[in-house]
Design a protein around this ligand. Structure first.
Ligand SMILES: O=C(O)C(=O)C[C@]1(C(=O)O)C=C[C@@H](O)C=C1
Length: 99
């Protein structure tokens, strides 16, 4: 990790990472969209056991990276909330247009 000399350096690095993160989120969104296709009911879009398993996993990963696990948990819970809204929309679209 580079030690920055000023705020402009910091922001350059943040912008570089955002250029990597957004394509990964787009790829993740595509898999979330596919998940909607495998779910029989709209209620199944929210899978609390799966969410808790993901949170546990990413908290461990954060600790391995010497990052605050509470920050990572908050980011993941917010991200999954957004994906649930997205997946619900996708589920309705897929299941409305079936018949
Ligand atoms: O794993 C699933 O079933 C998904 O739909 C993906 C995902 C996620 O974003 O990771 C989204 C919604 C679910 O409630 C749980 C997890």
């Amino acid at each position: 990790m580079a030690k920055c000399q000023n705020l402009a350096d910091v922001r350059e690095n943040i912008d570089r990472l955002d250029r990597q993160i957004v394509p990964l989120l787009a790829e993740r969104a595509d898999y979330v969209r596919q998940a909607a296709g495998f779910k029989q009911t709209k209620a199944a879009v929210v899978d609390q056991d799966r969410i808790e398993a993901i949170v546990l996993k990413v908290r461990h990963m954060a600790m391995e990276e010497s990052c605050d696990p509470d920050v990572i948990e908050r980011i993941y819970r917010s991200m999954i909330d957004a994906f649930i809204i997205f997946e619900s929309r996708e589920w309705m679209h897929l299941h409305e247009t079936k018949e």
